[in-house]
Design a protein around this ligand. Structure first.
Ligand code: UTP
Length: 297
């Protein structure tokens, strides 16, 4: 059988947005978690911007019931444009324009039941076809001063090819919340991956290097996902499928050195808003003053 070319360019990005967001209830009863704002724009818009900045120009949302707002957010809204033009609000007009996605570059597929991240990715397989792709979990936000996380990963991919996983160290007691990597060279920023395990007990974890929610994957993952049985938490786990793919393809860990935030729970989301607001050119100075008031207790 012909060996797959593991260095083809990354042109497409997938955003799984079909989860129930139960940790954020009741806020997420109607509003999708991915539409929660990080300072001035929804999480999903920031994730799309990160992919765009990395040179990706096709966007696929794996969506679920009651999540149509997510695709709507990227639609051109003529009434809004007319109203802003009439009021001469050019800065807002520019912000609204920046949130549109042009015709033909984004699509939505349905995951009828949120059976897990692995299943969500498999749902995009027909659209992705036989191409490598970037995968961004929109509830993880990276605060990069320079290149974004996906762009950094593509730089690594251009050298190594194969599959890339962004990672970061977590506290030992927290490994049971994440996918954890076993890497060849733990001291290096990029290293070949030897193994991975979803939500291990701290005593059994191979390291404290966790998978953060940014991946570059080869399409051979789909044949594995098709047959993947439910794993940890009764969900079809992407980590289990990647562990199988690791037997035939190289995986590289890229340790992220930028701050990142898990916006899937309250404190992570609130901290992200503080951190992003402090770095924001419009709100930063004002936020510093506000925070110093609260810091006094
Ligand atoms: P989470 O693990 O944060 O799950 O998903 P969740 O359902 O959104 O939130 P909780 O745990 O109930 O609070 C990470 C990302 O994967 C998507 C989610 O929408 C989120 O962006 N996801 C998860 C799916 O698209 N489908 C699934 O079956 C599970």
């Amino acid at each position: 059988m012909k060996k797959p070319d593991l260095k083809r360019p990354i042109r497409k990005a997938v955003f799984p947005v079909a989860g129930l967001g139960t940790r954020f209830l009741p806020a997420t009863k109607v509003l999708p978690k991915e539409m929660l704002p990080l300072v001035d724009r929804p999480l999903i818009q920031r994730a799309v911007e990160e992919a765009r900045e990395a040179g990706i120009n096709e966007f696929i949302f794996v969506s679920g019931r009651g999540k149509s707002l997510i695709a709507e957010h990227f639609e051109y809204q003529p009434e809004l444009v007319i109203a802003l033009k009439e009021k001469n609000k050019t800065d807002l007009l520019e912000k609204v324009r920046a949130s549109n996605l042009e015709s033909g570059i984004f699509s939505t597929v349905l995951q009828q039941n949120p059976k897990g991240l692995g299943h969500a990715i498999w749902c995009a397989s027909k659209i992705l076809g036989n191409e490598p792709f970037a995968l961004l979990l929109p509830d993880v936000m990276v605060l990069s001063e320079g290149k974004g996380c996906t762009a950094q990963m593509i730089d690594v991919y251009n050298k190594t090819g194969g599959n890339i996983i962004a990672s970061a160290h977590v506290a030992k007691q927290d490994v049971k919340k994440y996918g954890i990597l076993d890497v060849k060279d733990p001291k290096s920023r990029t290293s070949a991956i030897k193994g991975m395990v979803e939500k291990p007990e701290p005593a059994k974890a191979p390291s404290t290097l966790s998978i953060i929610g940014r991946y570059i994957l080869q399409p051979e993952i789909f044949t594995i996902l098709e047959k993947q049985k439910a794993g940890s938490g009764g969900e079809i786990q992407l980590t289990d499928a990647m562990q199988t793919l690791l037997k035939t393809q190289p995986f590289t860990s890229m340790e992220l050195r930028d701050p990142y935030f898990d916006c899937g729970h309250h404190t992570g989301f609130i901290e992200a808003n503080i951190a992003f607001a402090l770095k924001d050119p419009v709100f930063g100075a004002q936020m510093k003053k506000i925070l110093s008031r609260y810091a006094k207790g």
